[in-house]
Design a protein. Structure first.
Length: 420
């Protein structure tokens, strides 16, 4: 991990990862630089209905070479070198499951079955799957409102997740949370929070509890780059460093927050470098490479568990859809930029190309994995449709723990809502 003293490493990373505005400009140069650089008609209009793999037939030769060369570094990392063939297929399958689920939720939303917002995780799958795959028995994870991906990755079922979207009683939060409030305490997954950066002190609290109880573990607190300027985040960093709390703040930097590029909203090319102000460790990497995410995040989590050292790890990623379904996504980035990412930097395609090269995946296996994930997502939509809404008597439950467990109540006085 990059320490608070390793400024040269940070600068090197910055030179390799341009700001969103520079990336947009570069994309425009490629897409408008003349006929020699124009994509073929087939590449421009892939046949989605006959999908076998994400986009690997259209994946450019240069991008293929780049990802294979890039992976030579991280495939040898101990956390990746220990992966079996079955482990790698599992990682690939989980990424596909998340994408197929999100695509199906989009249709459910368009049918008017989802109340509130819907923040899709399409394009960011490698980070959630990598994080879940290296969590140990006493590790915890918490995130913001783009919470479907990590929920599925830690082991939540599509059924409970899809039902929650529609406010059904069979949902993971009994239909009371919706899209932004998935929870699975039995899997040490603590949500799903709608207030920007609101999860950052809660992640700190989870990690503090581990330290207080003398349990060897850590908490990964996921947040978007749009949350890094919130005051509560910096308050959390201060306490994390001061008390040496085993928390890892994982920034999923998709470049645009709600609709403003990082270059226009946040000072500094590498946001994780702000950890230096709090004498914390930090690192920065490519969130489209599951091998790299696993390698760098594993080091940060181990440092937190073993040395009680908090850190910030930032991964550059990309969302293919708007901030939420209410975002028309037409004013702050170009269609060419989005297509360039889909064609050359898609995390599923990158891993698929890698596994083909390693002799682990072939067309038949890929087709089967896609078909299984699509069918599972479809079944979850049917499950949600058939599930009931919460009964009226559930209106006042799940507000206070003591109200639901009166025999174990220790506080005195009147609890708010009980007088209604």
């Amino acid at each position: 991990m990059t320490s608070n003293k390793s400024k040269n490493t940070g600068k090197a990373s910055a030179s390799k990862t341009p700001s969103p505005e520079k990336r947009t400009a570069a994309t425009k140069a490629v897409t408008s630089g003349g006929k020699k650089k124009a994509a073929s008609p087939k590449a421009q209009r892939p046949k989605e209905n006959k999908r076998v793999s994400e986009r690997s037939p259209e994946f450019s030769k240069a991008a293929r070479t780049e990802v294979l060369e890039h992976n030579k570094t991280y495939v040898k990392d101990p956390v990746n070198a220990s992966l079996s063939k079955e482990d790698k297929i599992h990682l690939y399958r989980e990424m596909i499951r998340i994408r197929r689920f999100e695509e199906r939720t989009l249709r459910v939303y368009q049918q008017g079955k989802v109340g509130g917002f819907l923040h899709l995780y399409i394009g960011q799958e490698a980070i959630a799957v990598a994080c879940a795959s290296i969590m140990e028995a006493n590790d915890h994870v918490i995130t913001a409102y783009r919470d479907h991906g990590i929920g599925l990755a830690v082991g939540m079922s599509m059924n409970e997740c899809m039902a929650e979207l529609q406010g059904k009683f069979t949902g993971c939060s009994k239909g009371k949370g919706g899209s932004m409030h998935y929870f699975a305490p039995d899997k040490r997954y603590w949500g799903g929070h709608g207030i920007v950066a609101g999860q950052t002190p809660l992640g700190l609290g989870l990690a503090f509890a581990l330290k207080y109880q003398e349990v060897k573990g850590c908490c990964v607190c996921m947040l978007g780059e749009g949350a890094v300027n919130q005051g509560v985040f910096h308050e959390s960093l201060n306490l994390a460093s001061l008390w040496r709390i085993p928390v890892v703040y994982l920034i999923e930097n998709n470049g645009y927050s709600m609709g403003t590029s990082q270059a226009r909203s946040s000072a500094g090319a590498i946001l994780a470098q702000r950890a230096e102000a709090y004498e914390m460790g930090w690192d920065h990497g490519n969130g489209n490479s599951i091998y790299e995410v696993r390698a760098k995040l594993a080091k940060a989590m181990k440092d937190a568990r073993d040395n009680q050292r908090p850190s910030i790890v930032e991964f550059m990623t990309y969302r293919y859809r708007g901030h939420s379904m209410s975002d028309p996504d037409k004013s702050y980035r170009t269609k060419e930029e989005i297509e360039n990412y889909k064609k050359n930097k898609d995390p599923i395609t990158l891993f698929e190309v890698t596994l083909r090269e390693e002799g682990i995946l072939d067309d038949e296996a890929i087709k089967s994995i896609h078909a299984d994930a699509t069918a599972e997502a479809e079944r979850s939509a049917q499950f949600a449709d058939m599930s009931p809404f919460p009964p009226p008597e559930e209106l006042m439950t799940d507000i206070y723990w003591e109200s639901d467990h009166p025999k174990q109540r220790q506080s005195k006085g009147t609890l708010f809502f009980e007088t209604l």
